[in-house]
Design a protein around this ligand. Structure first.
Ligand code: ISL
Ligand code: CA
Length: 556
């Protein structure tokens, strides 16, 4: 058993713009985070992943960086950041920074140089190609809509951007780019950060694809083969590990859309010396049609979720390591997505938490998840802020002539802004997030769902999360135990066993709002470890489960 601190950790993600505003300008900031650290201590997490706080024109809320070594004015100063790290370390909390190096902002000085002339020393920091007549070099589509190539008049060439046109992709083939990135990483590591979450890190290699990529059309299964997990990514990561990562005691998690378990092992197997773990997205794609845009909705089938999460548990059982998450700043709120935020808010939020936190891997909690924050429903598109949502709306309404009423339902379900409304601290105006006007409106349900109330109510979702986190500390089997799915065909229960050196747990989750039963077989429950209902030891093998009931037993 290869023990590591990052395997035993629980990570909390902070999206700074929406966490806590200390000066009333409506934007969350670093001082705001500092003032809420005791709250995180109370919850019990021991690592924070901080979404980007670097200088940025905010075309994509900080995921477009114009200076990697400066703090965004909206968020504060480098002194604030130094103090944040200090205050976190004093409390035994580690800090993982976001590393966004697939692209920069077009306002980064590298890009300003690069676009200025074909023989500028920075030209080759980005990916420039001549057009095909009046057409872009290839028909690639960017993640946020439109062509992935932007024409630049100055030098009469196109540059590649897999995300917005203000996020030009870096050219990792260029040794100088890599060295500059490594140097920047050392800058933060030498300041004392405890790791990196690496944005779309499996997209950094383009060398195998650029020469001929005409085949690519939006939605093509083939397209993915051109853009993700190319062999070059592994070369670069091994180099980065050798030159930087291996020199520090840190944790690394690579954000890897489209990754399969087979690929994930390549990134995370110890002997390959690349990353500690990756974020996979397969379970985030189960409520859409395969190969189709996320906006085309589909109900989640429990069978698919069981198959998928179990596949990851099994395939990474002996090599690599899983990260466990239901939500982040790009995903809808999990209680709205997979639970029932109307009739069984507390029950379904705690059931989902149990299901995830009892699995093998490192759990990630996204801010607000621990109080059961829900999706947002703004009547007007004017109230949305996310570039992906706004571009999608524009494309559908302005270019394709669709009616807003036909577009909004999918936005309500899938918009990234669902996760980005301000953290709900109290029942005070603006949810206690700001004394000013928030950059995005608060969810009107803050009077019922907020931290202050959650702290007071000992049966709250918050206190349940707290207990789950403590249990992980107390029971090694939760961290390192073997996983086995039970009763794969049960239509409404997701159940599994964990085992380590004879210690055995059984996790039983009713995934729906109707009562059901589950057969324990010959298993003998010895103790209720945690449950979201009042529970005693079962009187018979067949146990009755109430709506969204979750129980974990220690077995004899
Ligand atoms: O958000 C998504 C779907 O709605 C994802 O496809 C997302 O674009 C993808 O996971 C990459 O995300 C990361 O890089 C983006 C940034 O916008 C996201 O916020 C970030 O998490 C570009 O930097
Ligand atoms: Ca502020």
């Amino acid at each position: 058993m290869d023990k590591q601190w990052w395997k035993e950790s629980v990570v909390y993600q902070i999206y700074p713009r929406s966490f806590y505003d200390s000066n009333g300008d409506g934007i969350g900031d670093i001082k705001g985070i500092i003032s809420k650290l005791d709250y995180l201590t109370e919850l019990g997490i021991n690592v924070v992943w901080l979404s980007p706080v670097y200088e940025s024109p905010n075309d994509d809320n900080g995921y477009d960086i114009s200076d990697y070594k400066a703090i965004m004015d909206d968020f504060g100063t480098m002194e604030d950041w130094d103090q944040l790290l200090d205050e976190m370390h004093k409390r035994g909390i580690k800090l993982v920074m976001d590393l966004v190096v697939n692209h920069t902002s077009d306002e980064h000085h590298w890009f300003a140089e690069s676009r200025s002339s074909k023989d500028n020393p920075y030209r080759d920091y980005y990916i420039w190609r001549p057009g095909k007549g009046d057409e872009p070099p290839t028909d690639w589509i960017a993640s946020f809509g439109g062509s992935a190539w932007e024409y630049d008049k100055k030098t009469d060439e196109y540059f590649l951007h897999m995300f917005s046109r203000k996020q030009p992709d870096l050219n990792w083939e260029n040794e100088q780019v890599r060295q500059d990135v490594y140097e920047m990483m050392r800058f933060w590591l030498d300041k004392g950060v405890d790791g990196f979450r690496m944005d779309v890190i499996n997209m950094i290699s383009k060398k195998e694809i650029l020469p001929s990529c005409d085949a690519y059309q939006k939605g093509d299964a083939e397209a993915e083969a051109y853009q993700f997990n190319l062999p070059g990514v592994h070369d670069y990561l091994r180099e980065m590990n050798e030159e930087v990562l291996s020199k520090y005691d840190i944790m690394t998690v690579g954000e890897c859309p489209k990754v399969t378990p087979e690929e994930a092992i390549k990134y995370t197997a110890v002997e390959r010396q690349e990353l500690n773990m990756v974020f996979q997205f397969e379970h985030m794609g189960l409520d859409k049609h395969k190969g189709r845009p996320k906006w085309e909705l589909k109900e989640l089938e429990l069978r698919d979720l069981k198959n998928n999460l179990s596949k990851w548990q099994e395939e990474l059982a002996n090599s690599g390591w899983n990260s466990l998450y239901w939500s982040n700043h790009d995903q809808p709120r999990t209680v709205s997505r997979f639970g029932d935020d109307t009739h069984y808010h507390r029950e379904s939020a705690t059931m989902l938490a149990t299901l995830l936190h009892m699995m093998k891997g490192t759990p990630y909690i996204y801010q607000g998840e621990e109080i059961g924050m829900t999706n947002i429903h703004f009547d007007s598109i004017e109230d949305y802020r996310d570039i992906e949502t706004l571009n999608h709306y524009r494309e559908m309404v302005e270019e394709k002539g669709m009616r807003p009423v036909d577009i909004m339902p999918a936005i309500y379900v899938k918009s990234r802004d669902n996760a980005r409304t301000p953290m709900q601290w109290s029942a005070e105006e603006k949810a206690g997030f700001t004394t000013g006007t928030p950059w995005i409106d608060v969810n009107p349900n803050y009077q019922n769902i907020n931290v202050e109330q959650a702290l007071e109510d000992k049966d709250s979702i918050f206190h349940y999360y707290k207990k789950l986190i403590q249990l992980r500390r107390q029971h090694e089997v939760i961290v390192y135990g073997k996983y086995q799915l039970l009763d794969a065909d049960h239509p409404s229960v997701f159940a599994y066993e964990r085992e380590l050196n004879g210690d055995q747990l059984i996790v039983i989750c009713n995934f729906y709002g109707e009562e059901t039963t589950f057969d324990l077989g010959n298993r003998k429950a010895a103790e209720v470890v945690i449950s979201n209902y009042a529970n005693e030891l079962p009187a018979s093998d067949e146990i009755k489960l109430r709506p969204y009931e979750a129980i974990v037993y220690r077995l004899d």
